[in-house]
Design a protein around this ligand. Sequence first.
Ligand SMILES: Nc1ncnc2c1ncn2[C@@H]1O[C@H](COP(=O)(O)OP(=O)(O)OP(=O)(O)O)[C@@H](O)[C@H]1O
Ligand SMILES: [Mg+2]
Length: 370
Amino acid sequence: MAKKPLSKTTTSSKSSPSKIPTLKSPEVAPTQKKPPTSISKKKKPIDNLSILKTSPYLKQSSKSQTSGKHFTLKELFERNLLSQKEEKMEIILSGQYQDALDLMYEADASNLYPILVGPPGIGKTTLCRYYAQLRAEITGNDSFEWITFDESTKPAHLVGSFNPATTIQKGFSFEAFNPGPLIKSMLNGGLFLANEINRATEYTQNSLLEPLEEKTLAIPHIGRIKASPGFFFIGAMNPSELVGTHRLGEALKDRFNVWIELDYPDKKTEMKIIEHNNPYYKINESTLEKIYLIINRTRTHHQIQTPASLRSGIALARLTGVAQKKVKKDPDKILGDIASNVLFGAIQTKPGVKINDVIKNIISQVVGSA
Ligand SMILES: Nc1ncnc2c1ncn2[C@@H]1O[C@H](COP(=O)(O)OP(=O)(O)OP(=O)(O)O)[C@@H](O)[C@H]1O
Ligand SMILES: [Mg+2]
């Protein structure tokens, strides 16, 4: 069951930043602001100190309460160690995400390797991490390794390397070998996620050819291992014309048999994702929709080269939620005031276009003049 082929639509180039928007504080120039229009009189605004003190994001769980105690590095490490069982992940699975997940199951069951392709912040890594959780529940094998590639990633980061001091004492032996994530995954018959795979150089990409075709991998001085049954490899990448990416070599490309394209989700799904990722300071449906409209306009605006991702919508929702607690002002006005602080770094305009002008234009289209 093949998905539609990739459509390469997103391009990017650096535009010279103009004025950085400053955080607009209502306390700074209250006389220049319009009076509040549609806010309930019962709502009592709270100050910076209280908002920070009561923020659930800053609250520590009872397990990690410090109460003035100083922890050793080891204690801190153990306290913060991720345990799959404790951190159960939930995601939104409507629209394209359920289809993509279905294909991942099917690829896994057919012993084929899928690759997720889509613009930044579309949910590729989230979906893979979620699939790893489901796979662990189904198979009982929770081996999940992942690496995010860049220019400096070398084959040794995948395979592993010998500790020089131990190698001098004991030679090239198992005791001296620190296994890399790919070897661990192959030995465990686990899931390996190669994130941003097209940011790897050709040299590093080539080191994946043998594991993906033969399911074998050579450890220098030790021997060649065969992957245990269950070894599953998922790639994820941004479309290859984005800045900072290499082309995926033809040989490596040919080893991915299931291409899953993710694009910006439909309105309903994106609004659900924004809501899901804004668990504490809730905003109403109308504000949520306006956030979606602002973000979506960046994707259709003719002067924008790189539009805003899901992350920007989530950031806008969280910031708006907190600001609504603090400021006694029309929710639209609050959103309009802070949207530029999120969008400024999230979008790139075409050469010669002033970013602040575009942002102002989008905000005024959705919530009126900011
Ligand atoms: N299906 C989803 N359900 C809930 N949240 C999601 C979903 N998809 C994406 N998100 C949220 O969107 C944000 C971006 O997702 P993610 O990091 O997975 O994107 P990505 O495609 O891997 O981006 P990049 O290309 O930059 O690595 C995260 O905060 C994530 O929680
Ligand atoms: Mg990612």
